[in-house]
Design a protein around this ligand. Structure first.
Ligand SMILES: C[C@](O)(CO)[C@H](O)COP(=O)(O)OP(=O)(O)OC[C@H]1O[C@@H](n2ccc(N)nc2=O)[C@H](O)[C@@H]1O
Ligand SMILES: Nc1ncnc2c1ncn2[C@@H]1O[C@H](COP(=O)(O)OP(=O)(O)OP(=O)(O)O)[C@@H](O)[C@H]1O
Length: 274
């Protein structure tokens, strides 16, 4: 069975307060986008190992047992009768990008195992498993635009469609660690909640909607700030860093021509939004 875990962008991101457990309460809009990995799971013929993992495409750091698809498999296997499997993961979504690639792989692995091995898990049960493996993993179970609060694990659906707009996504060759990015933030409660800002026309977002990671990440990596400026110069209606970076996106009314040439040396993709 094969599935295609997609990335997300964050529309605005307010980091509100540090919690006693070290995590941060935040508010953000998660919006799914059409940039996908490919994840295939087949039943293993040979029972000499519980699983094998084969990764192609963008390299991922860490041992196979640290990979979120393997952690999802191990977690479900504790509670359910799941046979040995061969896992093939083709990475297109850049890592350390704030696009939730690992989290999406994790959630899609849970959905795939549920379907393939008829575990009969409800959406809520799958969200619970996903949330145990990463703050934003659970979002990818339903994979619909949401207003997220808590540590990024409490969701409220939002009526928001960017259908007809184009997304230009640029990821420089810089890895921003989510943990480090949080360490440089002074949390604060926003005057106006994102939930209200997002209901206003996209043209108003530029002046009202912010990603709180930008100030500290832009200070350390001015080249990321320069990408955001360039996206506005190209006519973006709204541009922002996604998550803790390093990817930056622009939302456009029209397709941007020769976008690859404009961001030479960076991973760069253009997609129509839903
Ligand atoms: C910041 C976002 O990219 C916004 O989309 C995500 O919420 C991050 O989610 P994620 O990558 O799934 O995060 P995790 O892998 O669970 O956490 C990585 C590290 O980030 C910090 N972390 C993460 C989420 C959160 N709400 N508060 C935090 O302080 C913690 O130090 C944690 O050890
Ligand atoms: N299947 C996977 N794909 C990508 N990264 C993975 C995976 N499994 C584990 N990781 C680890 O997770 C870390 C970050 O991955 P990911 O790309 O999801 O983060 P990100 O781009 O910061 O996204 P976000 O913070 O928005 O969730 C990497 O250091 C990587 O080693």
């Amino acid at each position: 069975m094969i599935t295609f875990p997609n990335a997300k962008i964050n529309l605005g991101l307010n980091i509100i307060e540090k919690r006693p457990d070290g995590y941060h309460n935040l508010e953000t809009i998660f919006y799914p986008i059409h940039l996908q990995d490919a994840l295939e799971v087949t039943r293993r013929e040979n029972n000499d190992a519980p699983y094998t993992l084969h990764v192609k495409g963008t390299a991922i750091e860490g041992k196979p047992e640290d990979n979120l698809v393997v952690r999802a498999y191990e977690l479900l296997k504790k509670d359910h009768d799941i046979p040995s499997v061969d896992i093939h993961l083709f990475k297109h979504i850049p890592t350390g990008a704030g696009l939730g690639g690992g989290s999406s792989d994790c959630a899609f692995m849970i959905k795939l195992l549920n379907e393939k091995f008829r575990l009969a898990l409800s959406l809520e049960e799958m969200e619970d498993y996903a949330a145990r493996l990463g703050a934003d993993c659970a979002f990818f179970i339903r994979n619909q635009p949401v207003f997220a609060t808590g540590i990024g694990n409490i969701f409220e659906p939002v009526r928001l469609s960017l259908s007809g707009y184009y997304l230009v996504l640029v990821k420089p060759d810089i890895f921003v660690s989510t943990r480090d990015a949080f360490a440089h933030i002074t949390p604060r409660r926003p005057e106006v909640s994102l939930k209200d800002i997002i209901c206003q026309p996209v043209e108003t977002w530029k002046d009202n909607m912010k990603n709180d990671f930008e100030d500290s990440v832009f200070l350390k990596y001015p080249e990321i700030a320069a990408i955001k400026d360039e996206l506005y110069d190209l006519g973006a209606v709204y541009a922002s860093m996604s998550g803790s970076g390093s990817s930056v996106y622009g939302i456009f009314r029209q397709p941007v021509e020769h976008v690859d040439e404009k961001f030479g040396g960076c991973f760069c993709r253009q997609r129509e939004l839903d």
